[in-house]
Design a protein. Structure first.
Length: 321
């Protein structure tokens, strides 16, 4: 690596692990506050209280892990670029060689793994929620669940200093991307199937609701999938500065993508176990209302026609006389 690339690597590592991560977690904190504000009124509803408490507690754990990870990453930058700036091989060499064997480096890895597990785990859980009413829910969930277990194993192994390797890191990132894409595709396929069904039956409002949920998930997880793909591509091309930049900010992006979904779920624009039942009920009521209106119209027309026929069959008074 040339001296210019080495300098670029160090610059990106220092800025991304401190300033950029701080800005990203500021965005995440704003989304968290908005989601909490939307969840608060649901605590007064007995039917939604347990769900709202679970979402709030889970999201709070994700945010706590994110903030601690940010603090540890900043501490790692301080150790590398200030306390050991005269280390042989430059600060970045100290970070790669020694930092991740220190308590601060180990803790940073642990909280990074916790963020990965929490954000990916909730994706698989939502996949199960969406397919739980079907007969093939178990078959759908098996493959992403196996990928998730593989991802956890690779993430845990990568934290052990003496067995770290490029293969382990690459397998972990590829498993993460596969889960994100696979889960998103399955969810979108399910929603599109309902969209086509309700479009075919003329229930345009229900069709629009399914597409709005699909668009929400695409918007939320497209950023995370694109970021993970950028990590893989930069690693494949051997672009160390880019790989370091995308890797340093990956945790913050995962938290933002998760909070985008949670915020929209908290405002009632997400999918839960009652969504399909509610939409199906609305569809049935709409059909029933339409059918009832049609029957009333037909009966009224028939009655009017009968009246005209009766009126037409009557003879004039003069003729009767």
């Amino acid at each position: 690596m040339s001296a210019q690339q080495q300098l670029l690597w160090e610059d990106l590592d220092l800025i991304s692990s401190t300033t950029i991560n701080g800005v990203l977690y500021g965005i995440a904190l704003s989304l968290y506050v908005l989601a909490a504000r939307s969840l608060y009124p649901q605590l007064k509803d007995l039917h939604q209280r347990r769900r709202a408490i679970f979402i709030f507690v889970y999201t709070s754990v994700v945010m706590i892990c994110g903030i601690i990870f940010l603090a540890l990453a900043t501490r790692g930058a301080q150790l590398s670029y200030i306390d050991h700036n005269t280390f042989v091989g430059e600060p970045i060499e100290y970070q790669v060689t020694y930092l991740f064997s220190l308590p601060a480096g180990i803790a940073e890895d642990i909280f990074s793994t916790m963020i990965d597990i929490l954000t990916l785990g909730i994706q698989i859980w939502r996949l199960w929620v969406i397919y739980s009413t079907t007969h093939y829910a178990l078959a759908v969930i098996i493959f992403p669940l196996l990928l998730f277990l593989c991802f956890i194993a690779m993430d845990i192994v990568s934290m052990v200093p003496w067995i770290q390797g490029q293969f382990i890191l690459t397998t972990s990132v590829v498993s993460q991307l596969a889960i994100e894409i696979f889960v998103t595709v399955l969810v979108i396929a399910r929603l599109l199937a309902h969209h086509v069904n309700y479009n075919f039956t003329g229930a345009s409002e229900m069709s629009k609701q399914y597409m709005s949920i699909a668009a929400m998930l695409i918007e939320s997880y497209a950023l995370e999938s694109a970021w993970t793909l950028a990590i893989i591509v930069s690693d494949f091309l051997g672009n160390v500065p880019a790989y370091t930049f995308f890797g340093d900010c990956d945790g913050a992006i995962e938290v933002i993508a998760y909070l985008l979904v949670i915020y929209r779920v908290s405002t009632g624009r997400g999918w839960n176990k009652r969504t399909e039942q509610q939409i199906s009920t609305l569809h049935f009521q709409a059909e029933r209302s339409t059918r009832t209106s049609f029957e009333v119209t037909v009966r009224s027309s028939q009655a009017l026609s009968d009246a005209n026929i009766v009126a037409g069959s009557r003879l004039p008074v003069s003729s009767a006389v």
